[in-house]
Design a protein around this ligand. Structure first.
Ligand code: SF4
Ligand code: SF4
Length: 192
């Protein structure tokens, strides 16, 4: 676990610098937790193990609330008939992450633009809600345009990052560099 903590330290530094650089386009605030809702939340075994360390440190009342949330989501999942079961993260209590310091990789990258290749960029979904990057997205094309950017008068160019995709951050390069094993990946609820 010590090596994973070093990896998280490295990741936080990298993401802090990305968020700082893209600050004019970031509208994240404590209490805005739309990215913790209606999703699958991919987690590796290593991330889930670390998250559980955060869970056991919670006070009794919060632990009980999270436990109730987990039971409710699992029941809904069992009754679900569709292809992709989406849910609100059970660790979200009063719109705040109860295990913030222990959250997984995907949770740390919420809000930035992830770039897969030269033509594909994943904008944070919340640009549609008037949040991150909404000030530079052309809502007809769902793309960031130079015109929109120039209209803002902001000097820093809005852009995405190739090095923040979940697969990249939990891939072989980092396993070797930090001597860690992420192991199997599943939706978070399946680890609980
Ligand atoms: S990423 Fe979007 S939804 Fe999530 S906290 Fe930031 S602004 Fe809110
Ligand atoms: S672990 Fe925390 S940050 Fe991640 S989805 Fe759950 S509540 Fe949100």
């Amino acid at each position: 676990m010590e090596n994973y903590k070093l990896f998280l330290y490295y990741l936080n530094k990298k993401l802090d610098s990305h968020f700082e650089e893209q600050k004019p386009y970031i509208f994240c605030k404590k209490g805005c937790a739309k990215c913790c809702q209606n999703a699958e939340f991919p987690y590796s075994k290593l991330e889930a193990t670390y998250l559980k360390l955060g869970f056991v440190k919670l006070d009794n009342e919060t632990r009980e609330l999270v436990t109730k949330n987990i039971a409710k989501i699992k029941k809904e999942k069992m009754e679900f008939k569709g292809d992709k079961f989406l849910y609100t993260c059970p660790f979200l209590i009063d719109n705040v992450c109860s295990v913030y310091d222990y959250r997984g990789v995907v949770c740390r990258t919420f809000g930035l633009i992830s770039v897969r290749d030269d033509t594909t960029a994943n904008l944070p979904f919340c640009h549609n809600l008037g949040l991150n990057y909404s000030n530079v997205v052309d809502h007809e094309t769902n793309k960031i345009t130079s015109e929109k950017w120039l209209q803002t008068g902001i000097e820093t160019e809005p852009h995405g990052f190739k090095d923040i995709s979940y697969d990249y951050l939990t891939g072989k390069d980092f396993e070797e560099k930090f001597d860690i094993k992420f192991e199997e990946k599943r939706p978070l609820i399946e680890w609980l």
